[in-house]
Structure formats: structure tokens, C-alpha cells
Design a protein around this ligand. Structure first.
Ligand code: PGA
Ligand code: ZN
Length: 448
């Protein structure tokens, strides 16, 4: 059989869910098929992430000397690299050779963090290549990506309340999330989440808390006095929705601690205090005892290597201890964290590392170490549903996409709802309940 190759690559500057420029990459195959992929973008980014190339001062507004296009956030240079150097590196390659193509893209950039040509440009090509590969093989994207991994419909970890850099209203913790692990199906899980989302609004308004729109990931971003108050609201809202906290729905935190960490201390302005790492671990432990919290992400600062093992020792028996800004989907950081027992789960964001091949390296290494992995969107998203297929293909049975308002989130959830109706019903994708080694009900039993 003759091989199908990359015949042409192009890119357009489009807008993400925050109205910031990002890329859409188009790929044409040698047999005339066209596919595309859109690239997400974070706001609360980790320092070790691969480099997102933005135009900065290089391109000014047409006809307005001195004024920057999109305040310097344009991605025209990254688009030009897709059409130029990156295309040169991979044109003519077999679209099913994902590993070789990703390697060629990294080699063309030739920096450790994809700073020269841009991780955003590289990721757009990497994802478009996977779509082309699936098309050539006549497979669904999840099926093609899964290869020999067991495809599992993921359990969602859903943002209900936002604080930190995604809402800027008072609470320092970035996400207060719900995990509907007691649901019998993905559809029921999403129905419960919708009930909880509505009940949370009712609970907030009953408490006299004003709501003006939603936060960056579609959850509520209310002004609440403390992080603990947010967990109290979540508990009451769960009950108001007729659900049992800890049995039907458990809670997760994305503390995003780096963003209120300064010079050795965690600054909780909402509570008028600052703690050192030991005190902060004690605070998280208190919260995890008082509330049905089964997952804590970025509970400590992103370079606090000596403190993470203490957090994992304190809470890792009952909670997922997830590294996001801490591990940045980076195989080297993951390896070190595994050997130092610094966490027991990794958040997987494709654009933190920049290629699909490296993303799967992290997923598979986590699985081999007995860790969990949560496949995650960014706060700046697009209408591309690629992530839903990636989550199914990962076999890791967890996804984090934000809340249930805003279509850049729903395109992923709706893809999973459709897959439950078709592929789960047909038995080609397993339901998450069949992955007990990865997802016991609350409290999570984790061997580390
Ligand atoms: P980001 O946030 O996409 O703004 O980095 C998401 C997260 O911290 O999980
Ligand atoms: Zn995070």
C-alpha cells in the first residue's frame, strides 16, 4: 500500500475562549484529504512549560505605529513558522509516523523548550498529523491514538467555583471541583454536575452573594470570604441538589499554590495570614478531613521539591496529589517526582510539552509507575474536541475540562456524551467503572 504523506501545512490566527489569538493548523495529505487542529493556551502557567510563541513587539497594528496587535499576544510569527521551517522539516513524511514527525518538529526547533519556533506552532501540527493518521487508517481519533492502550470513558473532574487567577475575586485557590464518581454513566455524571452547578448558584444567592457572569473556565467566580467558605458552599449545594457529598460527588481542589507563594510563604490574603510549607500542608490536611476532598492539584509551589514528598506522605493515602505547574507534562520532571515520591498523579496538558508523542510518554510513564493521570484542558480553550479523544485513548479514565457553561468546554463533554451513546454501547470503549485500579470510590485508595 502506498503511503500517505504530508503534502501541505498552513496556519491561521484564530481566537481562543478569552479572546486571545491562538493557531489553527491545516494539513493536506498527499491523497487530498484535509484536517485541522486548534491550540489551547493557559493563564496560570507553570515556569517549566514549553514556550508559547507570541508576537510581542515584533508586529504592530496596521496603520498605527507603536501600537501592538492584540497587545502583543498575536501568533502571526508562530503561523509563519508552521508554513515555513516546520513545514520544511516534515513535508513528505508518512502521516502515520507520529513519533518520527514529532521528533523532526522538535529537531527543527532545536531548543530544549521549543522557544524558537513555538510549542503552540508545533502542537498544532502534531495534533493535525494525528487526525490525518486516523483518517488514513479509517479509525476514530480515540481509537487511533489509543493503539494498544485500553480505551476508557473518563470520569470528569468539573470546575464549579473559581478563584485565583481565573476569577480574581478573593479566594486564592484556583478551582473548586466536583468528581461525580457515584454516577453510573457519563450522562448521569454530567446531569448531576448540571444539577450541582444550578444548586450552587441558588446557594450563593440564598447567602446574598452576587454573581456577575462566569469565570474563565465557565464556573462561578463569586466573592467569598475564604477558601473554606467555598467548600462549605459546595457541600451545601451538593445537598441542595439532592446528592450525597462523599458518596455521589466528592470534591477536588486546584490550589495553584505558586500564584500566592512569595519568598517561602503561602499568602492567604483572604484569611489575613501567610504560612510556611508545613503550616500550609497542615491547613490542606484539615480541609481534606473536614470535606470529602479526594484530589489536590498544585497544593504547593512549583519548585518546592523538598516539600512535595511531605504533602504526599500526609495526604497521598486518601487523595490524588496532582502536579500541574509542578510537573508541566514534562517527562524529566515526572521521572524525578516518581523517584522522590513527590506526588501520585500528573495533570496532562498537551501544550505544556508541545507534541503528542511527549504527551503519551508522560501518560504511559505515569501508568507504569502506578500513578494517576488527569487529561486536562487549558483555561484558554477552543472549539476543538481533540482532548476528549485523548482522554479516552489515554486509558487513565479522568478528564478535567472546566465547567459546563461555555462551548469551548461543552464541545469536549458533548463528544464524550456521544461516545457513550455509540462506542461504549458497542463495547469498544470501556466505562470508567471498569478501571477500579485507577479510580476507586472515595476515599481513593492509592498505593504509592
Ligand atoms: P491554566 O489553568 O490553563 O490557566 O494554566 C488550568 C489549571 O491550572 O489547571
Ligand atoms: Zn492547575
Amino acid at each position: 500500500m502506498s503511503k500517505t504523506t504530508i503534502a501541505a501545512l498552513d496556519a491561521t490566527e484564530i481566537l481562543d475562549s478569552r479572546g486571545r489569538p491562538t493557531l489553527e493548523v491545516f494539513l493536506r495529505t498527499s491523497d487530498g484529504k484535509e484536517v485541522s487542529a486548534q491550540v489551547p493556551s493557559g493563564a496560570s502557567t507553570g515556569q517549566s512549560e514549553a514556550h508559547e510563541l507570541r508576537d510581542g513587539e515584533r508586529i504592530v497594528k496596521a496603520g498605527q505605529a507603536g501600537k501592538l496587535r492584540h497587545a502583543g499576544k498575536g501568533v502571526q510569527q508562530a503561523c509563519a513558522h508552521v508554513r515555513g521551517e516546520l513545514a520544511q522539516a516534515v513535508l513528505g513524511m508518512d502521516v502515520t509516523e507520529q513519533g518520527a514527525i514529532d521528533h523532526a518538529l522538535c529537531a527543527a526547533d532545536a531548543t530544549p523548550n521549543k522557544a524558537r519556533l513555538g510549542a503552540n506552532a508545533i502542537l498544532g501540527i502534531s495534533c493535525a498529523v494525528a487526525r490525518a493518521g486516523a483518517l488514513v487508517r479509517g479509525q476514530a481519533l480515540w481509537e487511533y491514538l489509543a493503539g494498544r492502550r485500553r480505551a476508557v470513558l473518563p470520569l470528569p473532574m468539573v470546575n464549579i467555583l473559581s478563584g485565583g487567577l481565573h476569577a480574581r475575586e478573593g479566594m486564592e485557590f484556583q478551582d473548586f471541583l466536583a468528581i461525580p464518581h457515584g454516577a453510573e454513566s457519563f450522562a448521569q455524571a454530567m446531569e448531576w454536575i448540571c444539577d450541582l452547578h444550578r444548586a450552587t448558584a441558588a446557594e450563593l444567592s440564598a447567602g446574598g452573594v452576587g454573581l456577575s457572569g462566569v469565570a474563565d473556565e465557565g464556573g462561578w467566580g463569586p466573592r467569598l470570604a475564604t477558601n473554606e467558605a467555598a467548600l462549605e458552599v459546595l457541600t451545601r449545594a451538593t445537598e441542595r441538589a439532592g446528592l450525597r457529598p462523599g458518596e455521589d460527588i466528592s470534591f477536588a481542589l486546584d490550589v495553584a499554590a505558586s500564584h500566592f507563594y512569595l519568598e517561602g510563604r503561602y499568602h492567604l490574603s483572604s484569611e489575613g495570614r501567610a504560612c510556611d510549607a508545613g503550616e500550609f500542608i497542615a491547613l490542606l490536611t484539615r480541609l481534606a478531613r473536614r470535606f470529602p476532598i479526594v484530589s489536590i492539584e498544585d497544593g504547593l509551589e512549583q519548585n518546592a521539591w523538598t516539600d512535595w514528598p511531605a504533602l504526599t506522605a500526609a495526604l497521598g493515602g486518601t487523595c490524588q496529589i496532582i502536579g500541574d505547574d509542578f510537573l508541566t507534562t514534562n517527562p524529566l520532571r515526572l521521572e524525578r517526582a516518581i523517584s522522590e515520591r513527590a506526588a501520585n498523579a500528573v495533570l496532562v496538558k498537551m501544550n505544556q510539552i508541545g507534541t503528542l508523542t511527549e504527551t503519551f510518554t508522560v501518560i504511559d510513564r505515569a501508568a507504569a509507575a502506578g500513578w494517576r493521570a488527569v487529561i486536562s484542558a487549558r483555561s484558554g480553550e477552543t472549539e476543538d474536541s481533540f482532548l476528549a479523544d485523548l482522554a479516552v485513548a489515554s486509558g487513565m479514565a479522568q478528564i478535567k475540562v472546566g465547567s459546563i457553561t461555555r462551548s469551548e468546554r461543552l464541545t469536549k463533554y458533548n463528544r464524550l456524551l456521544r461516545l457513550e451513546q455509540t462506542a461504549v454501547a458497542a463495547g469498544t470503549i470501556a466505562p470508567w467503572q471498569s478501571a477500579p485500579e485507577r479510580l476507586a470510590p472515595s476515599p481513593f485508595a492509592i498505593s504509592n
